[in-house]
Design a protein around this ligand. Sequence first.
Ligand code: C5P
Length: 253
Amino acid sequence: MSTNDRQPSAPATVGVVLVAAGSGQRLGQGIPKARVLCGGRTLLEHSLQGVVASGVARHVVVVLPADDHVLAGVVERAARATAGGTSAPLVTSVTGGTTRTASVRAGIDALPASVGVVLVHDAARALTPPAVFRRVAAAVSADVPAVIPVLPVVDTVKVVAGSTVMATPDRATLRAVQTPQGFDAAALRAAHAGASAGDPAVTDDAMLMEARGAVVHVVDGDSLAFKVTTPLDLVMAEAVLGQRALEQPGAVP
Ligand code: C5P
């Protein structure tokens, strides 16, 4: 058989690691951020809904704070709701670590070996449209082992040392980075194996791939994929859900 006769390879099985083990200190509600209510549902329920609605995932591992029975219950309900569906994912959970990197690693370790593409997503980006998951997953390939969704930067950004401005990077070259970030599974496992899970300077998974010289491509992000971090972000998320309820009365918020 010549190379031209070769059948296109089957699409890779996609697994999602949904990290929800953060404390949410900056939100100031005294409970893990994923448990915070928005439009009457937890942020974790909103983010799980986006993952499942995207239709890309065969496996979803939700990474939870230790002994959080409320969030474990959310995952169990999602697992029951999706069980047996032909295109619905298998939803499971695992306990996270003290850093985001440690939590992602726990999630990767819980995915089956059959997963060829991993999407790593922050549960705090609770309103991320399903299309972003599809866009990222579709762009990962053998030649492009890492794909991240980005938005243009609207502010001027300065590099500072203490209280002194050192430089002003050209804004046209800067992008704000979101999740889900998509990776070839073997490359992501290798990048995590070679990294220190305790390094606070590691703020996303693409950084670990860049450090190994991997090609990282960008696709369009979405302003609705903003990370709920501060009380103002929560007000914004509530407003988005309120607007949706007005436009689609009766729909799940
Ligand atoms: O703290 P940060 O805003 O970067 O958190 C981004 C995402 O990582 C959140 O969804 C949070 O729940 C998750 N995280 C985690 N384990 C940690 C810290 C953060 O799963 N130890």
